[in-house]
Design a protein around this ligand. Structure first.
Ligand code: KMH
Ligand code: ZN
Length: 273
């Protein structure tokens, strides 16, 4: 039976701790959430860290400490965000790879991000791709728009496959400026994925969370959930922790005969040694 990779994105860079106290912004909180998410069925954790004031951070020392602690406490695939926040300079985002995670996010183009711009110029994409491959870090290509799908295809055709040879991407729908979080938009993006793609997941922001999770499973994809993307479990009922969203995704996937992958299966899927 085919199984489902459940990625959890527990923190992100956008939500404020003051507004969402359940957001794991300290290392201790992140480790507790990661363990609960692994127990609930997550295979991979997409990590943004925060500083002592709960602000988004790309501090290399903190990133290294976080990678080591997650590896010690869980067997989750550890993916560091190279997207950071919209305010992070490109050089600091590139330096994230020096923390040596298993995987890194790699966004394949710029996109309006609410009132801001999430900047990903082509030379930066190439630098990230080359550095990740040199270091043996497996990228997950983040695709916020249809043009990003074509940029990913151009990247692998011009530069070859990433470390390990698998090609995993994640469709992010619902950012104001990118693809809307509708099954129709997801179908359009899936239809133009290049043949080199070996696996894909999807996440829908906010109200798009459930429609995109359901559609991704129906289309044979994997899913990403977590407070980074969605703070409400149901109308009027905030998420108490990302593990709740992982548990629900695992239940739905099991009912659809696509049970949650183990972390070992997740490593196989991504060709991680
Ligand atoms: N925080 C967004 C600006 C990623 O992690 O690679 C970018 C983001 C994507 O979250
Ligand atoms: Zn992220």
């Amino acid at each position: 039976m085919a199984s489902t990779l459940i990625t959890v994105a527990p923190t992100g860079a956008e939500h404020l701790k003051a507004d969402w106290p359940q957001l794991p912004t300290t290392l201790e909180e992140l480790l507790a959430e990661a363990k609960a998410c692994e127990a609930a069925g997550a295979g991979l954790i997409h990590v943004h860290i925060r500083d002592a004031e709960h602000r988004p951070s790309l501090d290399l020392g903190r990133l290294r400490e976080c990678v080591a602690a997650l590896r010690e406490s869980t067997s989750l695939v550890v993916q560091l965000s190279t997207g950071g926040s919209v305010h992070d300079p490109l050089e600091r985002r590139l330096a994230v790879l020096d923390a040596a995670p298993d995987s890194c996010s790699l966004t394949c183009g710029s996109v309006n991000f609410g009132d801001d711009v999430f900047l990903n110029p082509w030379p930066f994409i190439v630098d990230l791709f080359d550095k990740a491959r040199y270091l043996g870090i497996v990228p997950e290509f983040e695709l916020f728009d249809l043009g990003h799908v074509h940029a990913m295809a151009r990247l692998v055709r011009e530069r070859g496959l990433p470390a390990g040879g698998a090609l995993h991407c994640d469709l992010v729908l619902g950012v104001p400026g990118g693809l809307p979080a509708t099954p129709q938009a997801l179908a359009a993006a899936v239809a133009v994925l290049p043949p080199e793609v070996t696996s894909w997941s999807a996440t829908g922001l906010g109200r798009g969370h459930l429609p995109i999770m359901s559609a991704a499973l129906a289309f044979g994809g994997h899913v990403r959930v977590g407070l980074e993307d969605n703070t409400m479990y149901a109308t009027g009922r905030p998420v108490t922790g990302s593990h709740e969203l992982v548990a629900r995704a695992a239940r739905v996937a099991a009912e659809l005969q696509r049970p949650a992958m183990t972390t070992a299966q997740a490593r196989d899927l991504l060709h991680l040694s």
